[in-house]
Design a protein around this ligand. Structure first.
Ligand SMILES: [Fe+2]
Length: 279
């Protein structure tokens, strides 16, 4: 049997990134993102808060090691792996340390590694609410990116942003459960991560996040505002390596609707005010 990513109930469980100074970056997340004291994880550092985990290891600034996608149960991991095999994605056994046995990884056409696995039950932890909820990428080829995630892994397209002048797709948001997007992609003349996002759920908690940033003299780069696609409230900050972090709330839950198309314009990215078009 094979399952799509949506049928497997995939969700963004953790991210592993590189930094020239991984301990310093882990400490930033520990303090600013309320993710506990860094602990050693292999050659790197692991920090974690409620529903969010980040591994930082030594390497280039802004480098992605992998995105860890949790899957609802071990059988669904095996069935999603069967789909990846059938689609010619050559899944490899994955041992990143945060998933139970049976996890696997695939590499997308831009070289991003996506690991899928069943996660051990989380230990209750205190701290601001905000699970890691989505990761977005930059790509030079959105059609190829979408063909991989939607066409082969079985993500569902929730919304697209299209340039009116020539019909070019500039952004695609894809889901692997009922949340509006767990993966997004922006057309840019580069590849790699665009941003990652923590979902606070509601405005009051998001306000607490903004107060947390203010207490630490960290200026918001953008927002608070409200995105068109996903309808989520947002505020962005940047970590010391220049990784772009979103705090989000009220993200749309999608049931039984077709994908929608939005104009590539400032208002699509921010219904409330100034915007940041990527291209
Ligand atoms: Fe986002």
């Amino acid at each position: 049997m094979s399952l799509t990513a949506v049928q497997a109930g995939a969700y963004t469980h953790h991210m592993a990134i590189t930094s020239p100074d991984p301990e310093r970056l882990a400490k930033f997340y520990s303090d600013t993102l309320d993710m506990g004291e860094p602990v050693r994880h292999g050659a790197g550092w692991l920090v974690r808060g409620p529903g969010r985990r980040l591994i930082v290891s030594k390497g280039a600034k802004n480098g992605l090691v992998h995105v860890g996608m949790g899957v609802r149960d071990p059988g669904a991991v095996a069935d999603l792996k069967a789909r990846a095999e059938r689609e010619g994605l050559a899944p490899k056994p994955f041992d990143g340390g945060l998933f139970n046995a049976g996890a696997f990884s695939v590499m997308d056409p831009d070289g991003n590694v996506m690991a899928f696995g069943h996660a051990p039950e989380d230990q209750p932890s205190k701290g601001l609410r905000g699970p890691l909820q989505h990761v977005t990428f930059a790509t030079r080829d959105i059609a190829r990116f979408e063909a991989f995630y939607a066409g082969k892994l079985g993500f569902a397209v929730s919304d697209c942003v299209v340039r009116e002048s020539d019909g070019k797709v500039m952004t695609t948001f894809m889901r692997s459960n009922h949340e509006h997007h767990t993966i997004g992609v922006f057309y840019q003349e580069r590849t790699g991560v665009d941003h990652h996002s923590y979902e606070a759920g509601e405005w009051g908690v998001m306000k607490d996040w903004c107060d947390c940033m203010g207490d630490r003299h960290i200026k918001l780069d953008w927002g608070p505002g409200r995105h068109g696609p996903g309808n989520n409230l947002f505020a962005f900050v940047t970590d010391p390596d220049g990784n772009w972090i979103e705090i989000s709330a009220e993200l749309e839950v999608v049931y039984d609707r077709p994908a929608r198309t939005w104009k590539h314009e400032e208002r699509t990215l921010n219904l409330w005010g100034p915007s940041k078009l990527r291209a």
